[in-house]
Design a protein around this ligand. Structure first.
Ligand code: SF4
Length: 326
């Protein structure tokens, strides 16, 4: 069954939902991961996409996403601030640049940003563009056509907004906004000329079929970069007592995301540190990108250790210049 699915994808075809579910449920996991890795290398070669994020505005969010430490509705002790200090942001940008990180995103907590708040973010983007070779992304909640145009004018060429989970499961993890609103924002970003980074979090109580539905929804949108986060249950949030998802379930999900979205960068994001050295198996199971550095409210792996491990897996991490590749 694996070989048949590989041939479909290699031939430029697409798996349908039933084929993907059968693959996930019936294939031997090791063989599945090996096949996803081979597909990834055939399509993307040795290329690996490193990106990083700066938490530009932290905490006090009005929304009720049940996994999130930044919601003002839950009692989690995190550092809250309105806007990161310019020098701190510049120092983080320079450090990422020196490690060969390709893309950097400013991330803000909150439902959306007012135009004057965005203007202040523009200052940060302009400063970083003067001092580094980084490409810029943004993750700033819901967009309007006007705010999307403003971000584009600041040099932002990729917009991040995770669908988080599939349309069907989403109401179980958030009630203050809808999956449809996220979809609208992704369409606004596309219309403004930005490409899309959108994925989700696995391990929030969703089924395997829900995870695959998300992968198909992302395929339909033509998303180029798909971050997969693994839930880190955070004390104080409603998902604090969620049973952590197993390594095998994550591996199976990563491999299936590769089969369903062969041309996308499958990017392992927050939560991978929980698996110690075993986290690097994800990058031999179809993943070809990572968020490195410190995440928003959970600690990431050390960048140098990441770079060493990715190189050992045969990926080419030589710094790319603006305009090269995806
Ligand atoms: S995920 Fe974003 S929108 Fe949801 S509570 Fe956290 S910061 Fe707010």
């Amino acid at each position: 069954m694996i070989e048949r699915c590989v041939q479909i994808v290699k031939g430029g075809g697409q798996l349908d939902f039933d084929q993907a579910l059968a693959l996930a449920e019936q294939a031997d996991l090791e063989e599945l991961c090996r096949a996803a890795d081979t597909l990834c290398r055939d399509i993307h070669g040795k290329s690996f996409d490193l990106c990083s994020i700066i938490n530009a505005r932290s905490g006090k969010c009005s929304e009720d996403c049940r996994y999130c430490a930044q919601s003002s509705r839950y009692n989690v002790d995190i550092s809250c601030y309105e806007q990161i200090d310019k020098e701190t942001a510049l120092a983080q940008a320079r450090e990422n640049d020196s490690y060969g990180v390709r893309r950097l995103s400013l991330v803000t907590a909150g439902r959306s940003q007012k135009l004057e708040q965005l203007e202040a973010m523009g200052e940060l983007y302009r400063g970083m563009a003067r001092e580094t070779d980084l490409l810029f992304c943004a993750s700033m909640g819901f967009l309007t056509p006007e705010s999307a145009r403003q971000l584009y004018a600041f040099g932002v060429r990729r917009y991040h907004c995770n669908l988080e989970s599939c349309r069907e499961f989403f109401p179980s993890i958030c009630t203050s906004h809808s999956w449809q609103e996220k979809l609208e924002t992704l369409k606004i970003a596309l219309a403004a000329g930005m490409d899309l980074c959108s994925g989700g979090i696995i391990g929030m109580g969703e089924t395997l079929a829900h995870r695959l539905q998300l992968a198909f929804e992302l395929r339909e949108l033509g998303v180029l970069s798909i971050p997969i986060n693994i839930l880190s249950p955070i004390p104080g949030t409603p998902l604090a007592t969620m049973e952590p998802i197993s390594l095998d379930e994550v591996l199976c999900s990563v491999a299936l995301f590769r089969f369903i979205n062969p041309k996308a960068i499958i990017r392992i994001a927050g939560g991978r540190g929980r698996f110690g050295n075993k986290q690097y198996k994800f990058f031999a199971a179809g993943a070809n990108g990572a968020i490195v550095g410190d995440y928003l409210t959970t600690m990431g792996s050390g960048v140098e250790r990441d770079l060493t491990e990715f190189a050992k897996l045969g990926f080419d991490l030589s710094p790319k210049k603006k305009g090269e590749g995806a």
